[in-house]
Design a protein around this ligand. Structure first.
Ligand SMILES: Nc1ncnc2c1ncn2[C@@H]1O[C@H](COP(=O)(O)OP(=O)(O)O)[C@@H](O)[C@H]1O
Ligand SMILES: [Mg+2]
Length: 222
């Protein structure tokens, strides 16, 4: 389990300390022999735990230095899209138009920087589960894996909606984000169980917003 202090991603850049943390997370997800993944779904047990911040920061760190890696960041939190605002980009067209209207995926790609493209949620209507289960979405994800070196997908909280459970096996692996001092252990365990029930692997966990009950300089000595 990764136990780390992270900082929030700002528009399209990371603070140096956050960049270092997320480069480490990127390497352990995508370059380690144990994992060696192509794509990862980022989600949490409940909302407001930092899943979108983590997905965004991970993709930004992974696409640095500019142009070294081609990375796609996909907002598949159809309930509460957030990445478009975090990045200062448009919320449409996106996955909704690709799946429901047959828009070619490259027409929905929004460049964030040299190695990073963002795909927004777009207009999704009300049949959200149909979109998540659709063949077109599966084809879209496979096409992204062919076009990019790595794909990072943001999803709705696993304990509140079936979305992450449906998406995880389609993406292949999942990273669980938990709000360090608040998420009950049982909630994380349930989220892990739900994600794994579909056959996907939970490849790691991020403890977000770690706080230090004792001063930091003392903490390092204990
Ligand atoms: N490590 C962090 N430090 C400070 N603020 C954070 C951190 N992680 C998330 N936040 C803030 O907490 C809120 C929820 O984060 P978000 O990533 O949108 O969570 P989720 O996707 O799990 O709902 C946002 O306002 C975000 O800016
Ligand atoms: Mg979110």
């Amino acid at each position: 389990m990764a136990d780390m202090e992270i900082q929030q991603a700002s528009r399209a850049s990371l603070k140096p300390k956050a960049a270092e943390v997320f480069r480490g997370l990127w390497a352990s997800l995508f370059y380690s022999q144990a994992n060696g993944l192509k794509s990862v779904l980022v989600c949490s047990a409940d909302r407001q735990e930092g899943a979108s911040t983590t997905a965004c920061s991970l993709a930004l760190a992974g696409s640095e230095p500019a142009g070294a890696q081609r990375v796609a960041l996909v907002d598949l939190n159809l309930r509460t899209p957030a990445l478009d605002q975090m990045l200062g980009l448009k919320n449409a067209p996106g996955v909704g138009e690709i799946v429901l209207e047959g828009l070619p995926a490259d027409q929905a790609a929004q460049p964030v920087g040299p190695g990073l493209d963002f795909y927004a949620v777009g207009k999704v209507g009300s049949n959200l589960l149909e979109i998540l289960r659709s063949d077109v979405l599966g084809q879209f994800l496979r096409a992204l894996e062919a076009k990019y070196d790595h794909v990072v997908v943001d999803a709705a909280p696993a304990n509140q909606y079936p979305d992450a459970q449906i998406l995880a096996p389609r993406v292949g692996s999942a990273l669980l984000v938990a709000y360090a001092s608040q998420t009950p252990r049982e909630a994380v365990a349930l989220a892990k169980k739900r994600i794994e029930s579909g056959g996907a692997k939970v490849v790691g966990a991020v403890l977000n917003q770690r706080t230090y009950p004792i001063p930091k300089f003392l903490y390092r000595r204990v």
